[in-house]
Design a binder for this molecule. Structure first.
Ligand code: PFF
Length: 450
């Protein structure tokens, strides 16, 4: 099969640990530490988290498994995967194309937030962040060109890693950054739970109040789980194509989904007790970590030190995810448009800088230009996480559950019959019935505004 040749000629991850670190790094990002806390805050706390966890177990894990499996089977990018695995039905390639488009849109607004984060990290080091008031911070977001400097640095950092390749760039970098990220978040959690009245914040996340659960909150929980696990847009197909044939895909998927979920919960534990302890509101929206947290750090003993740790954490999390976002696009450009890797990296980064700049300006000069009532930034965020990713995931579940031959799936998960695949029955049942039906219901409810 040409698929095998393709894999042999491609330099993938050198170890199972390297693959897990890279994919977990791609999943753990601003979504866990910036988006998860404010989404939990805006959707009522504990009950939202329970729905989120249900989505992770029932939909997230099988979808992570599916994407990694499809990528490893084909050894190709998002579009090439569907062309290789469904040669007679070319329309499946649209699923890959939607994924590529989603990666473009996400990378555009995500790199803006990464840029802010780098700026805040610099200010945390100098200590100036502690004394900024809200107006100054919003003035920075709305500034016509200051945030663009951070955006350019964010894109350049990411490009420097991606251009070095999968082994020397992505694997090496994530293997160093992920353990650092884990240690930092544990330190921040320790700090938060030892603050006075920390229990208020903890009960906000751990004591569910189901009366606060709306259908919108359920849709948001689905979108958050898709965004956080980076599923439904063929991101993990991209990394899956670099995974070694002898690695256990089921175990790897559990590690990736488990690490992502653990970091989201730990981020909640690091943030909410601190927010409640100093009497701030958890429902601040996207500005929660940028506006509320600096004030929290200002009031807390050793706040300067912890502010540095927090923004470093956010920068690391953002970088390992932008690496994945750029790799999706670069791999597609290299394989489909036959570009050289370095040319593709520069070309994609330049296009993203332009769209990203528009997203950034939508906080200031372009604020009045809205699409369906949202600024460009909010529109991209909502369109991708709430609609494109669940839709992509629905297509992938139909592909796996109803289209792609079951024996091929078994062959890939069992590494050609060499490892046991007892769990495959549950996986198959979920992908055939539960995942598509759940996605359809939640998507329709959201679209029809029920
Ligand atoms: N999962 C990332 C996060 O939680 O921040 C966001 C993301 C990265 C989504 C890469 C999609 C993707 F392809």
């Amino acid at each position: 099969m040409s698929t095998e040749n393709n894999l042999l000629s491609k330099k993938g991850f050198t170890s199972n640990l390297g693959a897990i670190m890279a994919a977990a790094g791609g999943s753990i990002g601003l979504g866990n530490i910036w988006r998860f806390p404010y989404t939990v805050g805006a959707n009522g706390g504990g009950a939202f988290i329970i729905v989120y966890l249900i989505f992770v177990v029932l939909l997230g894990v099988p979808l992570v498994m599916s994407e990694l499996m499809l990528g490893r089977r084909s050894g190709k990018n998002a579009v090439g995967t569907f062309r290789a695995l469904a040669p007679k039905h070319r329309s499946w390639q649209l699923v890959g194309l939607i994924g590529i488009l989603a990666a473009f849109l996400i990378y555009s607004f995500y790199s803006v937030v990464f840029g802010w984060t780098l700026n805040f990290t610099g200010q945390a080091f100098t200590g100036s962040i502690l004394n900024q008031d809200e107006a100054q911070i919003f003035a920075f977001f709305a500034h016509p060109y200051f945030p663009l400097i951070g955006l350019a640095v964010a894109l350049s950092l990411t490009a420097a890693v991606v251009v070095a390749g999968v082994q020397k760039g992505i694997e090496k970098c994530t293997k160093i950054l992920m353990p650092v990220l884990f240690v930092i978040i544990l330190l921040l959690c320790l700090r938060a739970v030892t603050l006075p009245d920390a229990s208020k914040g903890l009960s906000f996340i751990f004591k569910p109040d189901f009366s606060k659960l709306t259908s919108k909150a359920i849709l948001n929980a689905l979108g958050q789980s898709m965004f956080s696990l980076s599923i439904g847009m063929c991101a993990l197909i991209t990394y899956g194509s670099y995974i070694r044939k002898e690695d256990n895909l089921f175990a790897s998927s559990l590690w990736i989904a488990g690490a992502d979920t653990a970091i989201a919960i730990l981020a909640g534990i690091a943030i909410f007790p601190a927010v409640f302890s100093f009497g701030f509101s958890p429902a601040e929206g996207p500005s929660l970590v940028y506006v509320v947290l600096p004030k929290v750090f200002n009031s807390m003993p050793f706040g300067h030190f912890f502010s540095i740790l927090f923004f470093l954490l956010l920068s690391i999390a953002a970088l390992t995810s932008t690496i994945l976002l750029l790799e999706i696009l670069v791999m597609w450009a290299v394989e489909e448009l036959k570009m050289k890797r370095w040319v593709a990296t520069i070309a994609v980064s330049t296009v993203i800088f332009i769209i990203g700049a528009l997203c950034s300006l939508s906080f200031g000069p372009l604020k009045e230009y809205t699409i369906f009532g949202d600024t460009l930034f909010d529109f991209f965020d909502k369109l991708t996480a709430t609609y494109m990713m669940p839709f992509g995931a629905l297509c992938i579940s139909l592909f796996i559950g109803w289209y792609y031959p079951k024996n091929e799936i078994i062959d890939e998960f069992s590494n050609k019959g060499t490892i046991k695949t007892g769990y495959l029955k549950i996986f198959y049942f979920l992908m055939r019935y539960i995942v598509p039906v759940a996605l359809l219901i939640v998507l329709l409810t959201g679209i029809l505004g029920l």
